[in-house]
Ligand binder design. Sequence first.
Ligand SMILES: NC(=O)c1ccc[n+]([C@@H]2O[C@H](COP(=O)([O-])OP(=O)(O)OC[C@H]3O[C@@H](n4cnc5c(N)ncnc54)[C@H](OP(=O)(O)O)[C@@H]3O)[C@@H](O)[C@H]2O)c1
Length: 296
Amino acid sequence: MTSTTSSTSSKRAPKGPRRAAAPAVGLVGVGRLGSYVLHRLRRRGVAVQARRGDLAALARTRLVYLCVPEDRLRGLAVELAQAWAGGARPRVVLHAAGHLGADVLAPLATLGIATGVLHPMRAFSHRAAGQHVRAVQNCWTCAGAAEARRHARRLVRVLEPRAQVWERSDDARSRRLYHAGCVLANNGGLALHQLAARLLVRGGLAPRAADQGAAALLNSAVFRGARQAVIPGEVQLRGPLARGQHDVVEQHLRALRGDALTAQAYRSLSLVLLELARQGRKLDAGTLARFQRLLR
Ligand SMILES: NC(=O)c1ccc[n+]([C@@H]2O[C@H](COP(=O)([O-])OP(=O)(O)OC[C@H]3O[C@@H](n4cnc5c(N)ncnc54)[C@H](OP(=O)(O)O)[C@@H]3O)[C@@H](O)[C@H]2O)c1
């Protein structure tokens, strides 16, 4: 059984005997996300109770953040509710799973604990515990009871003072759409980076250069995107689509023959951009129709 405890206190010695202050935050699950949260809270001087199995100690914290895999949440909520039923309990319990709602913590809500979700909109790895990529502003979302959302915001202010926290709906349909969007941006970005980098290698770049070049292009595309409102007509076309160069697109598609997966991605993503450009009247009808015929 793993156990991690962290508690940070002032360096000044206490004047007289008194009870140790209760840790401000309880953390359950010190994996990819949990280790990042623990690291950040320690750096900010926040006392954390993260000892696995010590449910009584967790009960004395004000806020508990559950960073365990989704399939453990329901059982964990029951276990915590049973342990805390007759005595001390935290005011707020949050979990971190983007596709589950606050309702998975219902056994805790029946004890009067404010329950909610605090979901980081990015992927964590064990290696990134101490250093995190900040190419664009970090974002978190929160949902659930008002008090839970208030504490979620406070926790993020401590973890990452410059990050944004957005509130979102907690009904099942909204949650699925929200989570699908997160997965598309994250996995889709990864897939696109891989496909593009492989093409760059085939085009003669060294793997390291291809990797960095594809990442730089994606990064600049995202920076452009992040500065535009999410309104279909606002998309800014670049490259051959913007310049109406049908011959260039035709040459690309010819070069991609024999690489069905990459060709499919090239076609689908170009058609998405053309559709957005059509809605925003960024291309004349003739140019648009010719591109669409080429790409379908
Ligand atoms: N990682 C991300 O990029 C990311 C991003 C957004 C949201 N999230 C959400 O964050 C949550 C955690 O994800 P993760 O990727 O950090 O998972 P993870 O790396 O697998 O870590 C989960 C940790 O929880 C521990 N654990 C499991 N059951 C426990 C229990 N009953 N009591 C105490 N500890 C327990 C595991 O320990 P053992 O291995 O010893 O069981 C492990 O250390 C998930 O809900 C996920 O959806 C993750």
